[in-house]
Each structure stands twice: as C-alpha cells, then as structure tokens.
Design a binder for this molecule. Structure first.
Ligand code: HEC
Ligand code: HEC
Ligand code: HEC
Ligand code: HEC
Length: 479
C-alpha cells in the first residue's frame, strides 16, 4: 500500500505537466481529505480461527479492526431488493434483447456488499438447477474450495453449496459473504490481496503497473464469462492494457464464446457484466485513474474515529453523498461535481436507453424477415453477428453501474459503434430500426421482482438476511 501511495504522487506530477492543468498546485494535492493523515495499516496481534473452508470469518476481526468492521455493517442499510428499481420495467428493451437469458426474466438495481449472499440465492434468475459458479462474486469460500477440490466445484448445485456454507441452516446471514478475505490477506486484513485466480490471470503482466487497491475491486466489478465446459469464470483479458471493449469482443469471437443462442434469429449472444474496472483502468485508464485516484479514493472515504485515528470507511458509498469528500477534495478542481455527474448520467443513461430500444427494434425486424424467409445465407450470418456485436456494445454500456460517470468518452464511443452496426443491419434488411419502432414485450406478470423458484430458501425475508450478524462483537461495534 505504501508503494502505491508513492506512485500516486509520481503519476500526479507527470499528469500535471502533461495536462498543463490551469489549477493552483497546492489546492490540488492528490490526497483525499487533505489535512488528515492517511490511515495506518497495522497487522493483527493474533489470528482468529478459520472456518471449515479455510476462510477467517469477517466477524472474527471485529475486535481488532472495529472501525473497518462497524462501517462494513453499514452496508446493511443498502438493502436489496425493497427500494431497488425493476430495470425491466424501466428499460423494457432488456426483455427483448436478452430473450432466452436470465437477465430478461429478472433484473433489479444492485444492493450493498452485505446483501450479496441474499441477492444471489433469492432472485428470479435462480432455479433448482443453478450452479455454484454464481457464488464467484459473493464469497471467498468458493475460491478456497476450488483451490482444494478442483474445478468440479463450479458445476455443483448452488443451493447445496449455500446450505454447506451455512452449516446446514440455509440462513444466508450465517454465510461468509463479501468479506475481509475477498480483498485482503486471509490472516492479515491490513494487507490488500487479489484472491481470484481468473482475475490474477486477467491482470497479466500489467498488474504491478497499476494500483492494487483498484485491482481488488476489479475481481468482481469486471466483465467475464463462464467456461462452457468447466463452468469456471473466464476473463477475456490478458493484461490491463488489453481491457478495451474491442479487444474483449475480438476475444469472444476468436474463442467462439456465446452465453446463449437467440432462438428466433439464431444469433450467438454475449451477456456482458458490470465492467467498472475496465471503464476506470482499462487500456490507458480514464482521467481520474491517470491522476492516481483509486476506486477506494472515491467510494471508501477516509474517516476519523473517536481516538483521532483515520481509517477507510468500509461502507461502499456514492461519492456524491459525501459532502466532506466533495468539499475537501473533489471540488478543489471540479466546480460542481454533482451537477457535472448529473448531466453526464442524464445524457449517457438516456442515450443507452435509446440505443437499446433501437437495437430491440432491429431484432424484431430481423425476426420478421427471417420468418418471412427473405434473407440470403450470407446476409443471415452477417445479421447474426451484427445482432451479437451491437448488443454487446449496448450491454456493456447498460451494465456498467456508473451510468456514464466513470468514463463518458468511452460510453459515447461504444454507443456510436452500436449505432453504426445497426445502420449496416438496417441497410441489409431494408427496414429502418428506431427507438420509437420498438414494441415492448415487458410483461408485469413475469418480469417483476418476484423470486423465481419456490425453493424453501425463499421463505426467508430480506430484512433478516444481511451479513451478520447479531454476534456480541457486532452489537458492541455495529450500528
Ligand atoms: C471489497 C474489498 C474489501 C473488503 C471486503 C474489505 N476491505 Fe479492508 N480495505 C479495502 C481497501 C480498498 C482498503 C484501502 C487500501 C488503500 O487504498 O490504502 C482497505 C483498508 C483496510 C485496512 C487498512 C486501514 C485502512 O482503514 O485503510 C484495514 C485494517 C482493513 N481494510 C480491514 C478490513 C477488515 C477487517 C475487513 C472485513 C471486516 C475488510 N477490511 C474488508 C478493501 C476491502
Ligand atoms: C467479491 C466480489 C466483490 C468485490 C471484491 C467488490 N465488490 Fe462491489 N459489489 C459486488 C456485488 C456482488 C455487488 C452487488 C451486491 C448485491 O446487489 O447484492 C456489489 C456492489 C457494490 C456497490 C453498490 C452498488 C449499488 O448500486 O448500490 C459499490 C459502490 C461497490 N460494490 C463498490 C466496490 C468497490 C469500491 C470495491 C473495491 C474496494 C468492490 N466493490 C469490491 C461484488 C464485489
Ligand atoms: C474519480 C472517482 C471514482 C473512481 C476512481 C471510481 N468511481 Fe465508481 N463512481 C463514481 C461516481 C461519481 C459514480 C456515480 C454516482 C452517482 O451517479 O450518484 C460512481 C458509481 C459507481 C457505482 C454505482 C453505484 C450506485 O450506487 O449505483 C459502482 C458500483 C462503482 N462506481 C464502482 C466503482 C469501482 C469498482 C471502481 C474502481 C474499479 C470505481 N467505481 C472507481 C466515482 C468514482
Ligand atoms: C487534481 C484535480 C482533480 C481532483 C482533485 C479531482 N478531479 Fe475529477 N477530474 C479532473 C480532471 C482534469 C478530469 C477530466 C476533465 C473533466 O471531465 O472535467 C476529471 C474528471 C472526473 C470525472 C469524469 C470522468 C470521465 O472520464 O468522464 C469524474 C466522475 C470525477 N472527475 C470525479 C472526481 C471525484 C469523485 C473527485 C474527488 C474524490 C475528483 N474527481 C477529484 C480533475 C480532478
């Protein structure tokens, strides 16, 4: 960590010279919350017992790291799914574009880290046949288990695995969710550590050239697919500089990767995940990471406890909700970051929605033409690829959770690419696709927030499901 702080100052000095920013130097020292000393990372005095998978439970660190632990519990306030938007209702193009795949059945906004074990077991995409691979982003247990028992673990039954992770109770509040060992050394939470093997491979040789602090977040906030044979999470990247949309699509094409086949058109589709890491760091990185900022600088503010010690808040929050951060840091360069981000979000979210509806109209036109039998074989395979690629770009934009804030330029570029592919598709079909021409297939009886399976897990109310903990430590230090 010390290494990365030093590097950040160096990067900053370069960026200033290169960008020639017309801002006063002292006002822009690259330190979050200027005036407070950076948190110190002290190794533990003793190491608590591991669970049966080898992971040291987060709650066992409550007494040695009370500030980090109690702020971790604050994530419980970002609960799921009660106040979360049903994305299928808001953006019905998902229902058409993802037809045949899980997200078209059930898709809400995300919740906080401490909801993850509940979210993954209680949602309309999960069935009795779902596999353990869904836990890759939810608990370190599964990575320890795979390291011990091999790749077969990914293909085993999800509910059986969760039952094992909760000592047979099925109460997900007892399971080890996104926890200290997801981002830190198992036996020393003062040290950052990349746990996931697929992500270590994805970072490649560039890993040391960027910040470890951002890389721990990238483990899950990235795009990936599931290997069709082994079931393991697989990344389209081999190095951070290769983490660009075009290179990922090329990789998916070269390796014949498809997540499902679109039945009526025969297109081989890719389901894209939340690529927050790539939008911040991929290729050369965005403006702010080039200045030396990390995910944590914006999403884990530095706070001071009652002893005057500083620490990183482990409540992963919206930087715009943190007036202190805005005032002491962001607004030393940005005139009004809230207004700036608001404008970007409106523009990019609105455009993504328009492109999505247009793509859905194109798919409906394509479907009709195919049913009518008017498409030549050669045109058919080109149209199928156009559907795959334009939906890839749209999905990349729509799944990235910042709605434009992280990298407006890249969002604009990929939406432009989707539009020009659709132009070509329209020309082949001889029918224009437009957002207005899209006929919604959203069905409130199916595409709602109801859980899919009637597995006994679904008896558990969300309010009793978040991580931890009701333990004596949690009562002592928690909310
Ligand atoms: C999702 C990833 C993540 C999880 C989960 C997580 N941390 Fe952290 N932790 C970080 C990051 C990032 C930093 C900041 C490192 C930096 O940039 O200097 C940090 C910093 C720390 C530090 C150094 C002091 C400080 O506050 O900066 C300690 C100690 C720590 N975490 C303890 C814990 C404990 C204990 C848990 C489990 C209850 C935990 N962390 C869970 C990512 C995580
Ligand atoms: C082990 C996987 C994992 C890691 C590592 C991880 N996240 Fe997450 N993150 C998730 C998942 C899964 C969710 C959604 C949880 C839910 O909806 O149940 C999430 C949600 C979030 C949210 C809330 C989103 C919302 O809409 O409210 C923020 C912010 C966030 N993560 C930031 C970070 C940052 C910053 C880091 C690194 C310090 C990080 N995450 C590391 C898996 C991870
Ligand atoms: C320069 C600051 C900055 C950096 C660096 C940054 N983010 Fe963000 N992030 C933001 C802003 C601003 C938003 C939009 C908040 C809003 O619109 O209210 C956001 C939104 C998000 C969201 C959606 C949160 C929500 O409540 O919907 C997630 C998840 C997220 N970021 C994760 C990450 C991860 C993971 C990284 C690192 C790979 C990262 N961010 C790096 C500033 C940053
Ligand atoms: C040292 C000056 C400086 C500071 C301090 C600063 N920024 Fe920036 N930020 C910039 C510059 C320069 C850009 C790129 C030009 C622009 O979009 O205004 C930028 C761009 C951004 C963007 C748009 C990213 C993109 O590529 O589209 C976000 C979001 C952002 N900053 C958030 C933050 C947050 C959150 C903080 C505080 C934690 C912060 N900034 C602090 C200089 C700064």
């Amino acid at each position: 960590m010390r290494k990365h702080r030093g590097k950040r100052a160096a990067v900053w000095a370069c960026a200033l010279v290169v960008a020639g920013l017309a801002v006063a130097l002292p006002a822009c020292a690259p330190q979050t919350n200027p005036g407070t000393s950076p948190p110190s990372a002290t190794s533990p005095e003793y190491v608590p017992e591991a669970n049966s998978f080898g992971v040291i439970p987060g709650r066992s660190w409550a007494d040695q790291y009370p500030d980090q632990y109690s702020t971790y519990l604050q994530n419980n306030a970002n609960a799921w799914p009660d106040d979360k938007t049903n994305k299928l209702e808001k953006y019905p193009e998902y229902v058409t574009l993802g037809k045949g795949y899980g997200y078209a059945r059930f898709f809400t906004e995300a919740g906080g880290h401490s909801s993850a074990m509940y979210t993954v077991t209680h949602n309309g995409r999960i069935t009795e046949n779902s596999k353990t691979q869904c836990l890759a982003c939810k608990t370190p247990n599964v990575h320890y288990q795979v390291a011990q028992d091999g790749n077969e673990v990914w293909q085993t039954n999800l509910y059986d695995t969760v039952t094992a992770y909760t000592d047979g109770t099925g109460n997900v509040a007892d399971a080890e969710g996104i926890t200290c060992a997801s981002c830190h050394e198992n036996d020393d939470p003062s040290q950052l550590h990349v746990l996931r093997a697929d992500w270590q491979r994805a970072l490649g040789d560039d890993a040391d050239t960027r910040s470890l602090s951002g890389e721990v977040c990238g483990q899950c906030h990235c795009d990936y697919s599931m290997n069709a044979e082994t079931g393991e999470p697989t990344s389209p990247y081999d190095g951070i500089s290769t983490m660009t949309p075009d290179q990922a699509l090329q990789w998916y094409d070269d390796h014949n990767v498809s997540d499902w086949t679109y039945e009526s058109t025969g297109a081989h589709m890719i389901a894209v995940r939340h690529a927050e890491y790539e939008f911040n760091y991929g290729g050369e990185g965005n403006h702010m990471t080039k200045l030396g900022y990390d995910c944590a600088d914006c999403h884990m503010a530095v706070e001071t406890d009652s002893n005057g010690d500083t620490y990183h808040s482990h409540m992963w929050s919206d930087p715009l909700d943190n007036e202190e951060l805005l005032q002491n840091d962001c607004n030393t360069c940005h005139q009004d970051l809230k207004a700036e981000v608001q404008q970007t979000r409106e523009e990019i979210d609105g455009r993504t929605h328009q492109v999505g509806m247009r793509a859905a109209c194109f798919v409906q036109n394509f479907e009709k033409a195919r049913q009518a039998g008017t498409i030549s074989d050669q045109d058919l395979s080109r149209l199928q690829w156009i559907q795959r690629a334009s939906c890839y770009y749209w999905n990349l934009a729509s799944a990235e959770n910042s709605k434009g804030a992280h990298n407006k330029e890249l969002f604009t570029q990929i939406l432009d690419k989707a539009d020009s592919l659709l132009d070509e598709g329209d020309q082949i079909l001889g029918t224009p696709s437009t957002a207005e021409g899209f006929v919604s297939e959203y069905n409130p009886d199916i595409n709602n927030k109801e859980y899919g399976s009637d597995h006994w897990y679904n008896q558990q109310p969300a309010s009793e499901s978040t991580q931890d903990y009701g333990t004596p430590e949690a009562e002592k230090y928690g909310e």
